[in-house]
Design a protein around this ligand. Structure first.
Ligand code: TRP
Length: 470
């Protein structure tokens, strides 16, 4: 077997050993749980609806779905297969495969891009996670019951205007993430999530049900699914592509790390499709829950990052048992964000352990505290620094605060760049036999994937980049 000739026992071997007792299904399920735990998060419920609103709806959603199917899914398969082939942490997997095939170890770059992206993303992700923590209290204390759109909007603006409260909840969220990463108790949380994720799904369905009966559901459906290309700008296409990477947790070698735990006989294509379909389903449900409320209350679809916090609380305030459902919803949203946040911090901590020889606690503390401190810049850009646009003189970044810039730079530049490197690695650096053996697809399906990863994906990502720079 290919992984054993590196001379050390690997997790995938260990997993295969235990499969004999537990049966294959449980380890395939374990991978799907970890991967969906990482993929499904604030990207689906917070970010997807607000960027859809900002970019005019239908045409954006269509391009986003195309990006998931034609770019995201093939790259997810590439990440998983590199991880399983290498059988080690992403940096070492890439180095091992590259060395084994007599290729340059320069591919460690992919790991470095990932570590940087994880840092920057987690810093603001934790701030938004903090909003969710704050809304548990808001919903549970019954403050939302029977409120008007204005009152719900005021609750949100009060939160944004209060740096100390934001800092408190950002700290709580970051501490939750650091706790799990430091203790390495992922498995327990992932098992809990296998119950909580379906719970989140059910609550989203309840919110969609409410939106169907009380909101402007028809208008929302046509807003989301009737493409009007006159509303989609070039930068909208870049945002759609960037979000395909963000929402599927790609471009940061996270799926590569999880791939190293996947048993050899599990289909990479099928599991990747499962993860992508669940992830997309959650995002679309969130859109269907939110936009009917936007239209019924005369709110602005392009309201920005606060969109879900200005709409869902309104729905929970009006539906029967809304305080209960609202509280539960935000608790489950925290869990979804938590598992994603862990997958952002984990690669940084592993990198520190491997490269700097720190132990796990020290690595987690160091990385976590730096991330937390960077988060303060995002917090301030929501209030005291809200008019401060550091790169405002560049047309592309006009009016963008620090928070906007971090979001833009990571999702739309770093992650696609990481994904591009992964595609080139799988398509051009690895030997075709190795790739073909890992994927174990039928002939035509393999050729379709191979053509996509060698030509279509790199060209599409590069084209969107170049087009936006011009
Ligand atoms: N996919 C997560 C979300 O949608 C965010 C995330 C977690 C992520 N881990 C990642 C994004 C790694 C990019 C890379 O909320």
């Amino acid at each position: 077997m290919s992984v054993s000739d590196s001379g050390s026992a690997t997790y995938s071997e260990a997993l295969e050993g235990s499969n004999a007792k537990r049966g294959l299904w449980s380890s395939r399920l374990a991978f799907i749980l970890a991967a969906t735990g990482s993929a499904v998060g604030l990207g689906n419920i917070w970010k997807f609806p607000y960027i859809t609103g900002e970019n005019g709806g239908g045409a954006f959603v269509l391009v986003y779905l195309l990006c998931i199917a034609a770019v995201g899914l093939p790259i997810m398969m590439a990440e998983v297969l590199i991880g399983r082939r290498g059988g080690h942490s992403p940096v070492n997997s890439l180095r091992l495969i590259a060395e084994r095939d007599r290729l340059k170890p320069a591919w460690r770059m992919v790991g470095a891009v990932g570590v940087l992206a994880g840092f920057l993303i987690l810093s603001f992700y934790s701030v938004i996670g903090g909003w969710a923590v704050s809304y548990v209290g808001t919903a549970a204390s019954g403050q939302l019951v029977g409120q008007s759109a204005e009152a719900v909007g005021a609750i949100f603006s009060n939160l944004l205007g209060d740096p100390m409260t934001l800092l408190l909840w950002h700290t709580v969220f970051m501490a939750l993430v650091m706790l799990v990463v430091a203790k390495g108790v992922r498995a327990g949380l992932e098992r809990a999530v296998s119950i909580l994720m379906p719970g989140l799904f059910v609550l989203l369905l309840i919110a969609v049900g409410y939106a169907m009966t009380s909101g402007e559901f028809g208008r929302a459906v046509s807003f989301l699914f009737q493409p009007d290309f006159s509303k989609l700008s070039t930068s909208g296409i870049l945002v759609a592509l960037g979000h395909a990477f963000f929402t599927l947790s790609l471009g940061m070698a996270v799926m590569m790390a999880y791939g190293s735990y996947l048993p050899k006989n599990v289909s990479i294509a099928k599991t990747s499709i499962a993860v992508s379909v669940i992830d997309t389903g959650v995002a679309l449900l969130a859109g269907l829950a939110i936009f009917p409320i936007v239209f019924a209350n005369g709110l602005e679809p392009g309201a920005g990052p606060g969109l879900i916090f200005q709409t869902l609380p309104l729905a929970f305030g009006q539906m029967p048992m809304g305080s209960l459902f609202g509280t539960l919803f935000f608790v489950l949203l925290i869990f979804a964000a938590w598992t994603s946040g862990i997958s952002l911090l984990e690669p940084i901590v592993e990198w520190l352990e491997e490269r700097k020889g720190l132990n796990r606690t020290a690595s987690t503390l160091g990385a976590g505290v730096v991330c937390w401190a960077l988060g303060i810049a995002s917090i301030l850009s929501l209030n005291l620094w809200s008019d401060f646009a550091p790169l405002g003189s560049i047309a592309m970044f006009e009016g963008k605060t620090i928070f906007d810039l971090l979001d833009f730079f990571t999702a739309n530049i770093l992650l696609p760049l990481g994904g591009l490197l992964v595609a080139v690695f799988a398509g051009w650096v690895m030997s075709r036999e190795a790739v073909e053996k890992e994927l174990a697809l039928s002939g035509p399906m393999f050729r379709l994937w191979y053509l996509t990863i060698r030509y279509f994906t790199p060209v599409a990502v590069a084209a969107v980049f170049i087009y936006n720079l011009m």
